[in-house]
Design a protein around this ligand. Structure first.
Ligand SMILES: NC(=O)c1ccc[n+]([C@@H]2O[C@H](COP(=O)([O-])OP(=O)(O)OC[C@H]3O[C@@H](n4cnc5c(N)ncnc54)[C@H](O)[C@@H]3O)[C@@H](O)[C@H]2O)c1
Length: 251
């Protein structure tokens, strides 16, 4: 029996990058996958790829910043499969947000990052968690970044949004725990993937040199953590922040 056999797992932002890698890993472990993604082409391509491996998967065009959108997402999954066992609230604006000093960020940019990264995580959970509470089971993984812990400069809106996701996860764990629903936060370090292609080499080198494990991180370094947190092996773990960054920050 595979770890996530027949479980229904929603992954937001699964059209590319880490979300897509979580989808592949969890499907290989037996899960049925809902790709909730704002980018239609990327979402469809991700589902096509999953189906080629025999996975039962569906694409649901979703803007996590919209309550209507996230409610429709959960309703579509329930209509298709009748249950939701897991959620990875992964969608975020991470790409090309860096570079500006704290007082150079426009109010519009600040609000957009907060809308997707913080409000989006909240609304995604609002749409899914009540169903899990009714069933008295379910596991949610939110996604932060180690930048929230070491205070990566010139990225203030993103860093602040991830700090909010961490605090959100703790408070949600207390609200959901009495109903047997777990929520934990995974915080990757800087990875070598498309989303970080604009990160200057000097910052990349600084990250590597200051890690206990002095190499680049890859999506393969993160997928196992998310799978574990969703699984029954993590049955007594909730409200936790787990950093996977090669030991740049110790938390
Ligand atoms: N890549 C890294 O080095 C790194 C490091 C630490 C944390 N993270 C976090 O991991 C997560 C995924 O990062 P990634 O590198 O795969 O980024 P990415 O930009 O490659 O993927 C993000 C996905 O989210 C989707 N998305 C954006 N806004 C959305 C919205 N409003 N509704 C639904 N989907 C939306 C995008 O279309 C995209 O497919 C993010 O939460 C990011 O902050 C990434």
């Amino acid at each position: 029996m595979k770890r996530h056999q027949d479980r229904v797992i929603i992954i937001t932002g699964a059209g590319r990058g880490l979300g897509r890698a979580y989808a592949q890993r969890l499907s290989a472990e037996g899960a049925r996958i809902a790709v909730a993604e704002i980018d239609r082409a990327a979402g469809r391509a991700a589902v096509e790829e999953l189906r080629k491996t025999g996975t039962d998967a569906v694409f649901i065009e979703t803007d996590v910043a919209s309550r209507e959108g996230t409610n429709k997402m959960a309703a579509a999954v329930l209509e298709k499969w009748g249950q939701i066992d897991g959620l990875v609230a992964n969608a975020a604006l991470a790409n090309s947000v860096g570079g500006a000093a704290y007082d150079e960020i426009s109010v519009e940019e600040w609000d957009r990052i907060m809308q997707v990264n913080v409000r989006g995580t909240w609304l995604t959970c609002c749409a899914v968690a009540p169903h899990m509470q009714k069933r008295k089971k379910g596991s949610i993984v939110t996604i932060s970044s180690d930048t929230a812990m070491w205070g990566s400069p010139r990225l203030l809106h993103y860093v602040a949004s991830k700090g909010a996701v961490e605090a959100f996860t703790r408070a949600m764990a207390r609200e959901l725990g009495p109903d047997g629903v777990r929520i934990n936060c995974a915080a990757p370090g800087l990875l070598n993937n498309d989303a970080t292609s604009g990160v200057p080499q000097a910052k990349r080198d600084w990250n590597i040199q200051n890690r206990a494990i002095q190499r680049e991180g890859t999506v393969e370094d993160i997928v196992g953590l998310v799978s574990f947190l969703l699984s029954d092996e993590a049955s007594f773990i909730t409200g936790q922040l787990i950093v996977a960054d090669g030991g740049l920050v110790f938390h």
